[in-house]
Design a protein around this ligand. Structure first.
Ligand SMILES: Cc1cc2nc3c(=O)[nH]c(=O)nc-3n(C[C@H](O)[C@H](O)[C@H](O)COP(=O)(O)OP(=O)(O)OC[C@H]3O[C@@H](n4cnc5c(N)ncnc54)[C@H](O)[C@@H]3O)c2cc1C
Length: 596
């Protein structure tokens, strides 16, 4: 049983303050994103996610998905939730108008997706992979592929799957062995086994479009020889009419720690030498083109983290109001008092709330940067937003994922022993969250991307500009009062982050293993500091609205309190990570392999 309520008020506020969605409306293509439309969309997505989707979350966890020779079945209650979602047209919210989508900002889609992932993270992993498939085909597919497939994906009649991993090819995608051999009719025969394929088979849609990485004969080894193929579960004609089965089979389902409602499939392609695939984009461009899908999926994993964290926070806050234990220091009456009055429980709830709101603001900025990189009329400005989007993608993914695990763990702690017992549902959040730092490129791989590639983009222009804007913002904060305290820690944090970045860039040239050893600590510093910057911006805007006589006093004062709590209790960890980020690899490798 879940009492999840999508936090649409916070989403709307963050869209206004961080994405500056009102300004986006003036950009070509985003004219429809009026504040009335944004409010109506959030309202309806929030209602559906809370009333129709959330009740399926626990059932999905308990029942899980089932495999048989005939295919994979999902829990019965998923069908209505998925059909309602598909019918409402959410899949095409941010898809291009030229391809039948609504062309609204991704920043808005990010909020809508958070509502549904918050309602049921395992189920809505499916639609986010479909969104990735739509995006991939609009970017790299042929006109024929686009015309036949995209309309079906937009309505949710068909779904998409992202198919990279093989037993020997996890992080190292260059080790992929699945074969694609050209046929005379322009198709390819696909043969190979893929593992861990989310929503690779299921019973929610009529067809499944697998976006598969495979290797053509005689191509160069490693990632340079990989191409991308569209491999449907059922073949179809030019009009999208479904025909014969395509020799695509789920041979088993993984038994796993969490997201039980999401089928994680071992897929076999071409057991009977009759699996056809069609090239997407050019031969050997598979890895580069897959990044279109993977970058979007990385931001979506961050969103998934926020959804789970929000659910865990609401669940814990509600339990803490009901559970009575002892007398709480500073609270009146003889007790037993609800545990929410104990300072340590209160601290955990504030920590859960502050981290979740920080992650939401980071992803919102990332999504808005992607929108502006696409729609801003000025090419130089587009380039700046593109750089910020690239810089923030590993942060959105890793920070959203880590926050989900930490918040879910704190949620269990708030429940005490009952958190460890499955009936309360607190454990499910933790089990569901634990995959997030692993898939879509582990958080360690995100960190390597951040320090190895993103810090050097355009000669380091993007991180410098971003940290400069944080520095300028902190200088603009009042010197005294609550925001003065936030100012002091933020100033120290951004100086430490800047210094660490400079040192890591230098270390990259002389000691790449030292750079790799500090990457995760640096990534966390970056996430923590960015979170404080954005919560600070929210707090300043909340104060401005209060000063202007805005009546929503409680919400606005809570935004300020949450930002200040974050600066006092969470942000100081960033400065303490300066040492681990810049220490190099000497101690990391100081014990012999055989003794570990
Ligand atoms: C539930 C679930 C769903 C999934 N869904 C999909 C899906 O839909 N499609 C799909 O294609 N895949 C999917 N995956 C696969 C997932 O993306 C991989 O598990 C992930 O990329 C890590 O690969 P691996 O498991 O082989 O770990 P490994 O690559 O073996 O990594 C093990 C450890 O080594 C580290 N490591 C490895 N290489 C490096 C390196 N170069 N630098 C630094 N550290 C490194 C990793 O960070 C990790 O800590 C899914 C996995 C799971 C468990």
């Amino acid at each position: 049983m879940s009492s999840y309520r999508a936090p649409i008020k916070d989403m709307k506020f963050v869209l206004e303050v961080i994405a500056e969605i009102d300004g986006m409306q003036k950009m070509p293509g985003f004219e429809e994103a009026t504040s009335e439309t944004v409010a109506a969309i959030l309202e309806e997505a929030g209602r559906q996610a809370s009333e129709i989707v959330a009740p399926t979350n626990r059932i999905g966890d308990i029942e899980g998905c089932k495999w048989s020779e005939d295919g994979v079945t999902t829990p019965d209650c998923f069908k209505e939730a998925y059909n309602e979602y598909a019918k409402a047209g959410w899949l095409g919210l941010d898809a291009s108008v030229d391809h039948g989508g609504q062309g609204l900002p991704f920043a808005l889609q990010a909020s809508v997706l958070e509502c549904f992932l918050g309602g049921n993270s395992a189920l809505f992993l499916g639609p986010f992979l479909t969104m990735g498939t739509i995006f991939c085909l609009t970017s790299h597919g042929s006109i024929e592929q686009q015309q036949a497939i995209i309309p079906k994906l937009l309505t949710g009649e068909w779904t998409g799957a992202m198919v990279l991993t093989e037993p020997q090819a996890g992080t190292d995608i260059g080790a992929v062995k699945t074969k694609a051999t050209a046929n005379s009719d322009g198709s390819y025969s696909i043969k190979g086994t893929k593992i861990f394929i989310s929503w690779g088979d299921h019973d929610l849609s009529d067809n499944i479009i697998h976006i598969v990485l495979a290797r053509t004969p005689d191509g160069p080894p490693g990632t340079k020889g990989i191409s991308m193929f569209m491999v449907p579960k059922f073949r179809f004609d030019d009009a999208g009419k479904i025909g014969a089965a395509n020799d695509v089979k789920c041979v088993s389902l993984e038994h796993k720690l969490g997201i039980h409602g999401s089928p994680t499939c071992v897929m076999s392609y071409g057991d009977n030498d009759d699996c056809r695939g069609w090239l997407v984009g050019n031969e050997f461009d598979g890895m580069a083109n897959m990044f279109t899908m993977m970058n979007q999926a990385r931001v979506n994993v961050g969103i998934q983290g926020i959804g789970i964290a929000e659910g865990a926070y609401q669940h814990a806050a509600s339990y803490a109001k009901e559970r009575g234990q002892g007398r709480a220091i500073g609270h009146e009456g003889v007790g037993p008092h609800a545990i929410i009055h104990h300072a340590d429980v209160r601290r955990m709830l504030m920590s859960m709330r502050a981290k979740t709101e920080a992650a939401r603001a980071i992803v919102c900025l990332n999504a808005a940067a992607i929108d502006k990189a696409h729609a801003h009329p000025d090419a130089a400005v587009r380039n700046t937003w593109q750089g910020l989007a690239a810089l923030l993608t590993p942060i959105s993914k890793s920070f959203g994922a880590d926050v989900a695990v930490e918040v879910a763990s704190e949620g269990i702690q708030v429940h005490g022993g009952m958190g460890f017992i499955e009936e309360t549902g607190a454990a499910q959040f933790y089990r569901d969250a634990r995959i997030l730092p692993i898939y879509e490129g582990t958080n360690g791989v995100q960190a390597m991307d951040l320090v190895g590639r993103k810090l050097n983009l355009d000669g380091g222009a993007h991180w410098r500009l971003f940290l400069k804007s944080i520095g300028e913002f902190s200088e603009s904060l009042p010197a005294d009062g609550q925001l003065g305290d936030l100012r002091r820690v933020l100033e120290d944090s951004v100086v430490a982050l800047h210094d660490a970045a400079e040192r890591l860039v230098k270390m990259g040239a002389s000691n790449p293993r030292g750079l790799a050893a500090g990457a995760s600590a640096f990534q966390r510093m970056f996430g923590l500091t960015t979170g404080a910057f954005l919560l600070g911006r929210c707090a300043v805007e909340a104060q401005r609205r209060l000063d202007a006589g805005d009546k929503d006093e409680i919400f606005l004062k809570n935004k300020i309190a949450t930002a200040c709590f974050y600066a006092e209790q969470i942000l100081p960890a960033s400065i303490s990570l300066y040492g681990p980020a810049t220490a190099g690899d000497a101690l990391v490798f100081s014990i012999d392999d055989s003794d570990l």
